[in-house]
Write a protein that binds this ligand. Sequence first.
Ligand SMILES: [Zn+2]
Length: 421
Amino acid sequence: MMTRLYRTEKLASPEEKYEELRSILRHLEEIKHPYAGRMAERGLRPEHINGYEDLSLLPTTTKYDLLNCYPLGWLARDKKDIVRIHATSGTTGKPTLVAYTAEDVAMWARNMAWCIGLSGVNENDVVQISFSYGLFTGGLGYHDGADLLGAVVVPVSGGFTDRQIALMKDLGTTVLACAPSYALRIAEGLDEKGRDGIALRLGLFGAEAWSEELRGFLESRLGIKAIDIYGLSEAMGPGVSAECLEQNGLHISDDFIAQIVDPKTLAPAPDGDEGELVLTSWRKSAFPVIRYRTRDLTSLMSGACPCGEPTPRMARVRGRSDDMLIFHGVNVFPSQVESAVCGVPGLTPNYRINAWKERGLQNISLECERSPESSGDDLPRMEHELSKAIKQSIGVTIPFEILAPGIMPRGDNKAVRIRKK
Ligand SMILES: [Zn+2]
């Protein structure tokens, strides 16, 4: 059988992309979609949008636009054309719903097949999907992509780590797809159960911002190459961008147009500068994605990738602007704290940041834990090194506590890194 490869043979031309985008905007006008109202306020018509420079004329959209018209006020297609509903995870109260037509689901599957295929996954692979299945887009997103590639898909969903490990051994799983924090838990499970019969070679990790240090940790502990795949439910789900085996930036799907803006002023960031990623899809139709503010901080990379993929690349996401804490005047991201924790021998990468306000001032503290192999006698050395590593990574000192092995809570899906008190 031929290896089914999903590579970008040829990028769509700008003419084609903006023609499609204009037809989406014209449709929004016709159906009096809330977004068309926002355009009208600016005196904007679809014919004003003819290229990348014109995109900035369009109003941005946010999660609140979707939330404010809960459940499906953002819908731009007939209900009879909708085949799937998903929702964003990790929010309190009402979820943000997103809807898909059959073409949207097909586009998503094709994008996920492309993302997974960039790491060479093919029909010879056994792909264990340990993202949770359900309203969350992780499980089904990876499922449909791996399915299109013709791989053996094992839809385990999250949790039940012992069963995950047994299946991994019995089926000869070669590719593990899950949140990086859950991969940590699987690594711990393997420490207990032993690695006999493990055939893993690749980890496809996403749904959380994770540091290079955690990547190194997972690669050595699991004996794999760890690949970052990016996406968000409001825009489609996972599959917006992915690393290839070069692990040097994430290739952005040709179905999306990426902009980087200053999160405060929304002005375009200078080339290569870090800012907030704003996404536009010239294809997705049920829930239009037009200048959607992701809250994720990254930058666009220049130059061609040695892998031959012609798509542009973005840097790994440093964090969500929502997760950024300002402490003693310094911006603190969980990924920076993670880098520091991972760099200290004897600590596990399981950590939590407590954040609370005192007389209007932001306070934070860190909890982490030592590994089962470490000795309590070694605590002073770990404390000394962690304090140094935090200062180096963030620029300020943060009070911390190193707890006994196994104390930090482990999740089955996305980890909660910040606990607001
Ligand atoms: Zn590449």
